[in-house]
Write a protein that binds this ligand. Structure first.
Ligand code: ZN
Length: 414
């Protein structure tokens, strides 16, 4: 018996070494998944939701909000990641898609003019498919110890959890992937029941179970890029291209963190690879930008007729819609009605709106009397409390939104 146990241990050790080796080169399984399950039938997407609102186009400066539902599938308590870990991931994801990531300043000067604010944000769904309130987080025990990239986690009948309406929710499954693969995405136009992202439980977020070098939430930033139509920089080919004009062709993927410039025989100029782009395979701490071309590509998915157009009418992050059932809100018609209180304030201020669409996804900036920005953050809820205790006493201006759609409020800090 002892001999069998030793043999089994040896087999597990070898498997571990093999899979660790695999994980080193396999940051993302999306390309392998595409090859195995190509989108061959566009009618596969015809299972549309009941939304009857005619499709509209995106507005050029519009901040697009994507409601998210998180399916946490756990086989042990460690895999049942905390709410705090999930929220840390949403915050870093939104920072990356709004170019508010702290490491945006690390983009090399040669590429800095190309770094983009994609003006896309993600919120936890507040309304489920039946019009009832939800936290947007589902937790489910599974007897499956590890999953492969064959979509089993997307079906309750296979020990996973069924997708919510993928025309209105971005489904994200958190689970233990075989071989510590970090994640994969479906491609736009794939079967509705399989549409979404799968992320390894310890490569999700910036706190909790995460471990370096995948501890800054960039696995989800990368996979959401695929979900929005982006390819890997090298187009998954030797010296390939991703079809985006401002990302240079690359020989292949980069690991770890190269130093700039990283040139190969495929480089078109001295700047070499854009290895700090989220769509490469470098370490989380090494990635810090989407390009402007990539932002245009991702936003094009929401245009009339685009694969993600239905999300413009998804109001499931709006608590006003609870019980009344999901209703479409057209942000074009929305007039911002925002209140700020208390005023004067000492420790904190609250900003609140009757319409979630007025605030969710907007950037709020606080200016001092001299026009300097003293604080800024992205609003993720209908009511937000901002701590102002540390600010010197005086008059401040709070500006919500940008462009034509903005509102400025004045308050006094005592
Ligand atoms: Zn990928």
């Amino acid at each position: 018996m002892e001999f069998i146990r030793i043999l089994r241990l040896l087999a597990y050790s070898l498997l571990f070494i093999f899979t660790s080796f695999l994980a080193n080169g396999q940051r993302c399984d999306t390309y392998e998944y595409y090859k195995k399950y190509p989108v061959t039938n566009s009618s596969a997407t015809s299972r549309v939701s009941e939304t009857s609102k005619p499709s509209r186009d995106t507005l050029s400066n519009e901040v697009i909000t994507i409601p998210v539902v998180i399916h946490v599938l756990y086989n042990n308590t460690v895999q049942n990641i905390s709410d705090a870990q999930i929220l840390s991931q949403l915050q870093s994801l939104n920072n990356d898609y709004r170019k508010l990531n702290a490491d945006a300043s690390n983009v090399p000067a040669a590429f800095a003019p190309l770094a983009a604010d994609a003006r896309i944000v993600f919120c936890l769904a507040k309304i489920d498919g039946f019009g009832k309130a939800t936290t947007g987080i589902i937790r489910k025990y599974t007897s499956t110890q590890s999953w492969t990239a064959d979509d089993g986690m997307k079906f309750s009948a296979q020990g996973g959890d069924n997708a919510w309406d993928s025309k209105r929710y971005l489904n994200i499954w958190i689970c233990n992937l075989f071989g510590r693969s970090l994640g994969y995405s479906s491609t736009p136009g794939s079967q509705a029941e399989k549409d979404g992202l799968v992320i390894q439980y310890d490569a999700f977020g910036t706190t909790g179970t995460v471990a370096a070098p995948f501890n800054k939430g960039r696995t989800l930033t990368h996979e959401a890029g695929h979900w929005l139509g982006l390819q890997h920089l090298w187009g998954d080919a030797n010296c390939g291209d991703d079809g985006i004009a401002d990302t240079p062709p690359q020989q292949g993927f980069n690991n770890g963190c190269p130093s700039f410039p990283h040139k190969t025989s495929c480089s078109i100029n001295g700047n070499g690879d854009m290895f700090m782009n989220y769509m490469d395979f470098t370490d989380d701490a090494c990635m810090n930008m989407f390009s402007k071309g990539q932002a245009i590509k991702m936003r094009s998915m929401f245009a009339a007729g685009g694969a993600r157009n239905s999300f413009l009418n998804s109001a499931v992050c709006d608590t006003n819609s609870v019980q009344r059932g999901p209703v479409a809100i057209d942000p074009v018609e929305t007039k911002m009605t925002v209140s700020l209180f208390p005023n004067p304030a000492i420790k904190f201020i609250n900003i609140e709106s009757k319409n979630a669409s007025d605030l969710i996804g907007q950037i709020v900036k606080i200016y001092n009397m001299y026009g300097g920005v003293v604080m800024s953050q992205i609003l993720l809820t209908q009511k937000t409390t901002i701590i102002i205790q540390h600010l010197p006493s005086g008059i401040y201006f709070l500006k919500i939104g940008e462009g034509k759609e903005n509102k400025t409020l004045r308050f006094v800090k005592e």
